[in-house]
Design a binder for this molecule. Structure first.
Ligand code: NAI
Ligand code: 15L
Length: 269
């Protein structure tokens, strides 16, 4: 079936999701190498902590040495100017996949985002075959990352598992998250699926077991993902916390879609 995954690099390990994964995956692998540009708590047993800027090509190539898999969480996590997005998410992704290729890494689990598909309508149900339709510069950088993962999977033998993550927070905080919420334990379950399943290249949705979901995540389930949490448990708390404007309410990306939107909504299919 494939190589044993024993040494795992997590980028963005100082961040919200990276540090959650650090706790959830602790002790499950021979080595967790934790990396970020920001400061991180010191290494515990079975861990290494390495400060590294994803925009530094040579440092990233060295970071990937000896790894079986990479969980790529590092990057800028919301809309920003082109320079910020380019450096952290585009150049950072190029350096990461080049490092993986050069060092013979088996697979990369990539934190893509629902903002890669944020200009689909809330009335549409989409799945893993649905092409990207980014809702901004940030979303476009995630769509780029998905295509980069496909190139390296098909041409250079680095498997790619792209998670179109919805909203990964402790709890849902608005009505939109009844569709998009991903609990942190379910994130860890999905990452474990990416680290253990047999595939070449996949796009799946980072969502809990939300019955109201816009996304058909049957491909993730077929690969072994079994989410245990549901946004429905928070319905009473979030009902009434709706979109702030009609564009936000029309598109899956919510306020990422409406920010800066000056187009004609009817022109979006
Ligand atoms: P975060 O901002 O808490 O963590 C991202 C980490 O990346 C930070 O610790 C930051 O220092 C690091 N980073 C940024 N630029 C870097 C660089 N040039 N070199 C090295 N490290 C760098 O964000 P969060 O929420 O933990 O998100 C993690 C990933 O998941 C991001 O890629 C984000 O785009 C993605 N994501 C998160 C969602 C969520 O709901 N939290 C939803 C969809 C995607
Ligand atoms: C994301 O991609 C962001 O990183 C996160 O902070 C949330 O805004 C999330 O999308 C979302 O759409 O809720």
């Amino acid at each position: 079936m494939g190589r044993k995954i024993d040494k795992v690099l997590i980028t963005g390990a100082a961040g919200a999701l990276g540090s959650a994964l650090r706790s959830h995956l602790a002790g499950e692998f021979g080595l967790l190498r934790l990396s970020d540009i920001a400061e991180m708590p010191p290494a515990g047993g079975g861990e290494e902590v390495v400060t590294c800027d994803l925009a530094d090509r040579d440092a990233v190539a060295a970071l990937c040495e000896g790894m079986d898999a990479i969980v790529h969480m590092g990057g800028f996590p919301r809309e920003a100017d082109w320079d910020t997005i380019h450096r952290a998410n585009i150049l950072g992704a190029i350096n990461l996949w080049e490092g993986a290729r050069i060092q013979g890494v088996d697979r990369v689990i990539f934190a893509s985002s629902n903002h890669a598909i944020g200009l689909y309508r809330r009335s549409q149900r989409i799945d893993h075959t649905t092409p990207a339709r980014p809702d901004g510069r940030y979303g476009l950088s995630k769509a780029f990352g998905e295509d980069l993962a496909a190139l390296y999977a098909y041409k250079f033998n680095v498997r790619g598992f792209c998670l179109r993550i919805g909203s990964c927070f402790e709890e849902p905080s608005n009505e939109r998250m009844l569709h998009t919420w991903l609990s942190r334990p379910d994130l860890a379950r999905l990452v474990r699926t990416g680290l253990s399943a047999d595939y070449v290249y996949e796009v799946v949705y980072g969502m809990s077991d939300n019955p109201a979901g816009w996304w058909d995540n049957s491909r993730a389930r077929a690969l072994g993902y079994a989410p245990q949490d549901s946004a429905e448990d928070w319905r009473d708390k979030v009902e009434g916390i709706g979109p702030t404007n009609p564009i936000d309410g029309a598109f899956q990306g919510g306020n990422f879609a409406s920010d800066e939107f000056v187009g004609e909504p009817d022109r979006v299919p």
